[in-house]
Design a protein around this ligand. Sequence first.
Ligand SMILES: Nc1nc2c(c(=O)[nH]1)N[C@H]1C(S)=C(S)[C@@H](COP(=O)(O)OP(=O)(O)OC[C@H]3O[C@@H](n4cnc5c(N)ncnc54)[C@H](O)[C@@H]3O)O[C@H]1N2
Ligand code: MOO
Length: 375
Amino acid sequence: MLAYGAARPIVSRSVPLHDAAGLTLAEDLRTLRPVPAFDTAAMDGFAVSGPGPWRIRGITRAGTAWRGTLGAGDGVEISTGALVPSGAVAVLPKELASFADGRVRGPEQPEGRHIRRTGEDAAAGDRLAPGGTRIGPALIGLAAACGHDTLPVRPRPRVGLLVSGDELDLSGVPRSGRVRDALGPLIPALVAEIGGETVSSRHVPDLPAGGLAAAVHARHDAEVVVVTGSTSVGDTDQLRRLLADAGARLVIDTVACRPGHPMLLALLRTGRWVVGLPGNPYAALVAARTLLGPLIAGLSGRPLAPLPHLPVRGRAQMSPGLTRVVPVSWAGGEACIVGGHGAAFLRGAAVADALAALPPGWMDGDPAPLLLQGG
Ligand SMILES: Nc1nc2c(c(=O)[nH]1)N[C@H]1C(S)=C(S)[C@@H](COP(=O)(O)OP(=O)(O)OC[C@H]3O[C@@H](n4cnc5c(N)ncnc54)[C@H](O)[C@@H]3O)O[C@H]1N2
Ligand code: MOO
């Protein structure tokens, strides 16, 4: 919540519909015309006026208009989506009609049957979606149907990633005593999932000292710099020190949860955000979902998604006063804790549907809020 509330939405711009998927609507979407824009046939058949049988006066297809007016006993053959001619009171579906002697017969249809009336879904100017909505396929289709070619959007917040640690091997099986970098690949995938975009990624060794400070202060075409590792109190953990030296404002300085407690959020004097994620991979994932996620939502101008609460079953090691975050999978109306969630181990999270934030004092079967993965 703190990270969300601290962020100001980034400046909006207009993009073509085909570039808008996944972005956030910056203003309310309103329809430029009534929906539907004209009285429309909802069935293939005959638009008819008065009681039958009906004399067929012509044919009207979707996209073309039959310009005449129907009087009682008149009809036109009509296709789904075509403009219903004036004077027509209903559409008789083809399956119910029989045709002989230039006349159509069929059961009488109540007035308005199978006609979608002008503006029955929305009047011109109606708000169809509020600013802050995440733009999905349906919203893009709706915008097009209402006559829009572009949408006002907040672009994806940009992230510059700095992966710190001398011990990291960046590919393959790590050599003896070394650790394979898991976060260089993990964080961009997660950033994309939560609505951001990783525009650069760099490995920064701990030595020479000062390298991380230089990397944090380097020019980034990004609103957010994410640093992994270096958040703790070891000799090589430089992040807190360099932020203090830079006069950065610490908005979040550790969180009362396990794992992930050393996470931090700071605002540099330049206005750029720095997010510190612990080096342990599962701890980093927890911190990214709970802190980076809300920050990206705030920068995007999106409301925070409400968290579903479900009873959670299983065993977790609780510590007094601390929230424990565990991976869970669905089991009917409950969530079940998935094993393999030590701070450095991603096995549980890799197959889980959500992360559950077990509040202090949680016991097997108590409800907890869930952070969905993959959404
Ligand atoms: N004296 C204390 N020591 C530690 C504390 C503490 O409170 N007092 N907290 C522990 C906790 S909890 C965590 S989490 C870690 C956080 O450490 P850092 O953020 O400073 O990260 P590092 O020390 O660089 O690394 C920790 C651990 O993670 C491995 N790591 C780092 N980066 C990656 C990566 N990209 N991919 C895979 N693994 C990575 C690293 O090798 C270490 O094993 O501090 C504890 N210590
Ligand atoms: O809390 Mo640390 O973040 O356990 O791994």
